[in-house]
Design a protein around this ligand. Sequence first.
Ligand SMILES: [Zn+2]
Length: 165
Amino acid sequence: MKNNLMLQRTVRAQAYVPLDRIATGQDKVRYMTRTKDMRGWWKIDIAKRGYLDSLEAFHSPMKGRPIKAYINNGRWAANCPDPECAGCEVVDYGDPVFMCLSCGNLRNRHGGQTRLYPVSFPMPDKRKEIENILLKRNRRVNRNWESELETKEDLEKENIKHGLE
Ligand SMILES: [Zn+2]
């Protein structure tokens, strides 16, 4: 019974990830919230969690070292750079910023204010190449790319190994 419930939860959490493209934060927002963009959703979520100081991040320029985006289970994602936080969020190349819903970016303070972190994605041509290679894989769980640790050639080799062109 418990296993069944866990399985259902996993399936539901993945439901916003489309099969025909790699999902971004925008897909998650559209599917799971009534807000129209990631920033709107993040503001509501961090306010609910009581990170009121984090709201100022949306009124100041982003700052901090860019976080590298990667692909996990068919979604663009990024990890919180705070070593004491294990936060991970779905991110969007259309608005490459990061607000950690686990810690509220509270350690990313500059000039007395909490800031959004910038997120770095591959350049559009390279990004599309990587996405297209992964989209040949039928299952979303197999659509993974570990940022610059994995080259486009590595992904192609994996596809060939599994009988995909
Ligand atoms: Zn965090």
